[in-house]
Design a protein around this ligand. Sequence first.
Ligand code: AMP
Length: 210
Amino acid sequence: MNKKIIFLGYPGSGKGTQSAMLSKEFSIYSLSTGDAFRQMMKEGKGEVADQVRNCVNNGILVSDELTFEVVKNSLPSIDNSWILDGFPRNLNQAKILNEFCPPTEVILVDIDEKIIFQRLTGRRLAKSSGKMYNVFLNPPKTEGICDESGETLIQRDDDKAEIVQKRLEVYRLETEPLIKYYQDKGILKKINGDLPIDEVYSNLREVLGF
Ligand code: AMP
């Protein structure tokens, strides 16, 4: 059966990691709207790229029109299985998606907001090696330096404390209502995101029947 899976959860809940693992193991097409926007920011010049940069760097949502354009142009075919990570982010997007192609299951990666703050503000990235660290939870041996490549670690602009506050507020106000929306449709499945990655993944497979 074709599965159309949505991941819901706070930024930093680990939904990106889980959707990538699922996508890889079962060869299901997966789209992260956050990644798509970061790619547009990296490559793009002009008004649209500026609009995206302004929203992402300030922790607010990109317009529903532009976001849905990205989703529609990226999904391979409505006849295939797919995973969406980071879309929909508000009720309007959920309704647009429902008209276009309704999800078959929605996974809520449930996690305490206090943990999220540390996860996001502590996150550091080594661009070349692709390694991720966390200054609180998984620090490099030498502060600010990648253990593998020796390069200087960077912090995403939107992982700075005041922007993280904003992103969490946007989640509570705009995205959290989707939990009830999908609960009422009977397709919401909750997993505990506050466990080691492999345990979260095994629970995920179980609730999806994979
Ligand atoms: P993420 O990596 O999923 O936390 O997304 C990073 C940023 O991309 C968000 O803070 C928003 O500015 C933007 N973004 C991602 N997905 C959406 C969406 N579905 N609707 C609007 N903006 C989005």
